[in-house]
Design a protein around this ligand. Structure first.
Ligand SMILES: [Zn+2]
Ligand SMILES: [Zn+2]
Length: 105
C-alpha cells in the first residue's frame, strides 16, 4: 500500500510590520476591524480624518449617512501571480469597489 504524507509548513509568512502610510515600522499598531489592515495609530488616525476609508483597500470606515452614490463601480481583476494555497490554478481574484466622492442627489 501507499501512504501519502502531507507536510504543511508556513514559514514564509512575512511579518507585516511596515506601515503603508509612513513606510516605517508600525508604532502602536492599529488594525482596522473590517479589512485587518494595520497602520501606526497616529498615521491611521490622521488618514481617517482626511478620508474615512482604509488607505490600503478603500474600505469605508466612516459613519454612513444616506445612500451611497449611484454611480459606484466594482472592478474585478485577476492576479495570476498571486497564488492562494490550495487554489493555485485560479490565481487571485481582486475585487475593488470604486465610489466617487460626493453625496447622492
Ligand atoms: Zn505609520
Ligand atoms: Zn484595508
Amino acid at each position: 500500500g501507499n501512504s501519502t504524507a502531507v507536510a504543511a509548513s508556513s514559514r514564509d509568512e512575512e511579518p507585516d510590520r511596515q506601515c503603508p502610510i509612513c513606510l516605517g515600522e508600525i508604532q502602536k499598531m492599529k488594525t482596522l476591524e473590517k479589512c485587518r489592515h494595520s497602520f501606526c495609530e497616529d498615521c491611521i488616525t490622521r488618514a481617517l480624518q482626511v478620508k474615512t476609508a482604509c488607505p490600503m483597500c478603500g474600505r469605508f470606515y466612516g459613519q454612513l449617512v444616506g445612500n451611497q452614490p449611484p454611480n459606484g463601480r466594482m472592478l474585478v481583476t485577476r492576479d495570476a501571480g498571486l497564488l492562494l494555497p490550495g487554489y493555485e490554478k485560479f490565481g487571485t481574484i481582486i475585487i475593488q469597489y470604486v465610489f466617487p466622492p460626493g453625496v447622492q442627489g
